[in-house]
Ligand binder design. Structure first.
Ligand code: FAD
Length: 484
């Protein structure tokens, strides 16, 4: 039996570990943090659960290729059935309330002046209905359960493939500007960051409307724990609070000594790894390109535990502010607020969790704040401003907030060592970040974010599987994806 060490028990490390373990490797995962899941995580505070990871799980629909990875790795089970939100977002702009529903035709009733651009958008979304992140087997690999890819599937993906270059050439914000109705524009801005390319907007909308994107009940932590359980039930071992310090020809060095194995997979952020894990640091051409070209997607995350029932309010509110919120050196004219009042497990009875992601490059701001010694003070200020602004829109929370929490890019950096505290690479129009290769040499591999476009859990899953296949191919092992 060959031995394998994986650095990181994020989603990509777990996927890779499960497939490797099933394929006959004796696998140990070293994890810096105390939990599995990496940045895909939720945590508890005084009886409230804050969901700081999954908002949309692509591949939630059975029958699509990515769903096979989620089921084979035990990520989706009876204990976390997938829930499909509808409406997906609700715009709240003064007295106006507008739903983004899975049936996009409802928007035309609200904005008849945009009938034509809406019809075009529905056509674009339809083109992507049959487009699924490809999950394929490596050529020349011995696979016990080969994946088929029929000509029909290929033909169905044709319209999406033809549209892709066009949609990649301009931003989601520019796509949204075609609409004349200002409320409609604001609503669509909730779907993806308007600065990234229009392809992401259309692909995400299509995954909502086709039912491929949902929320597994119990959230990020339950899903990651399910995967960790699958891994350990197959005989794999996870060493929590055990950071890898260095990778060399001798093996992986931790604070407790050297771990020797036949192969090593680096699933921690590759951009961090090329600077920190190698001595001297990695200087391959792709690493230099990565240092130069990487644009990171960063965010702040605010969570409130509120002693009131908000089940009359929408699940996901796109709130237009009269006065912008200032936080992390950025300004926000709208807030996307998730309301977990209908999820019984998230808060004590009669109470609610509200969360909000504030996207944008705030790493430098928070780093300077820490160096100046006012990091905590500025965080408290940002939370207080957030509550104050939100209370004007949702007066029922006024004076009822009993627990607060905020993560900044420095939080993600501290817990998961992601570069600039980011959670994926940013994909702007025609901007290609340099990715790390899956295979550095026989016995040394990368996986996860920074090894493929575009990002998020689909990339973590697909690259985790691809890395396990590459490893099996290199060592002449059979790749086994499921029991039996
Ligand atoms: C607020 C938020 C919301 C999100 N929402 C979604 C969503 O709705 N849908 C979606 O698809 N994606 C979403 N994402 C993105 C998604 O969660 C990530 O892209 C994905 O989980 C990254 O997985 P990964 O395994 O590649 O990396 P990571 O999660 O970064 O995993 C790497 C692991 O390596 C560990 N590690 C680091 N250094 C070391 C070391 N030296 N030794 C040992 N271990 C180490 C880390 O602790 C971590 O566990 C969201 C992210 C955030 C932050």
């Amino acid at each position: 039996m060959k031995t394998l060490t994986i650095i990181g028990a994020g989603i990509s490390g777990l996927v890779c570990g499960i497939y490797a373990q099933r394929s006959g490797w004796q696998t140990t995962i070293l994890e810096k943090a105390g939990n599995p899941g990496g940045v895909s995580t939720s945590w508890k505070r005084k009886g409230y659960t804050f969901e700081g990871g999954i908002h949309w799980l692509i591949g939630a629909k059975s029958g699509v290729p990515l769903n096979d990875i989620w089921t084979e790795t035990g990520a989706l089970r009876e204990n976390n059935p997938v829930f499909f939100k509808d409406p997906i977002y609700t715009l709240m702009d003064g007295g106006v309330q507008l739903d983004l529903r899975r049936d996009l035709r409802t928007l035309a009733k609200f904005a008849p002046e945009d009938r034509i651009p809406l019809a075009i958008m529905r056509f674009h979304v339809w083109c992507f209905t049959f487009f699924h992140s490809p999950v394929q087997d490596l050529g020349g690999l011995n696979v016990r359960h080969p994946r088929g890819f029929s000509l029909m599937e290929f033909i169905k993906m044709g319209p999406a493939v033809l549209l892709t270059p066009l949609l990649m050439s301009f931003s989601a914000g520019r796509y949204i500007k075609r609409f004349r109705n200002p409320h409609l524009r604001r609503l669509l801005e909730a779907v993806v960051d308007p600065q990234i390319n229009a392809l992401s907007l259309i692909y995400t909308l299509s995954s909502f409307t086709s039912g491929d994107s949902g929320y597994p009940e119990g959230g990020s932590l339950r899903m990651a724990q399910n995967m960790a359980d699958t891994f350990t039930s197959l005989g794999g071992r996870i060493l929590y609070r055990t950071p890898a310090v260095e990778v060399s020809h001798k093996g992986v060095r931790t604070e407790d000594g050297i771990m020797q194995s036949d192969a090593v997979v680096i699933s921690m952020d590759a951009r961090t790894a090329i600077d920190k894990l190698f001595n001297p640091r990695l200087e391959a051409p792709w690493a230099t390109r990565m240092r130069r070209k990487l644009r990171t997607a960063q965010c702040m995350f605010i969570a409130l535990g509120v002693k009131t029932d908000l089940s009359e309010r929408p699940r996901c509110m796109q709130i237009v502010l009269g006065e912008p919120l200032r936080a992390g050196g950025l300004e926000f004219g709208t807030l996307t607020v998730n309301n977990y009042s209908r999820d019984a497990e998230y808060a004590p009875e009669g109470c609610t969790v509200l969360t909000c992601i504030l996207p944008g490059p705030s790493y430098v701001y928070w780093k300077s704040a820490r160096e100046a010694g006012n990091y905590l003070g500025l965080k408290q200020q940002a939370i207080a401003d957030f509550i104050c602004i939100l209370s004007m829109i949702l007066p029922e929370i006024s004076g009822k907030v009993e627990v607060t929490d905020m993560a900044t890019p420095l939080t993600y950096e501290r817990y998961c060592d992601t570069f600039e505290g980011s959670y994926m690479s940013e994909w702007r129009p025609w901007h290609f970040c340099a990715n790390a290769p899956i295979r550095l040499k026989k016995g040394l591999y990368f996986t996860g974010q920074r090894t493929a476009f575009s990002g998020g859990l689909p990339v973590a899953a697909e690259t985790g599987r691809r890395t396990a296949q590459t490893l099996c191919k290199d060592f002449g092992a059979e790749f086994v994806s499921r029991n039996g």
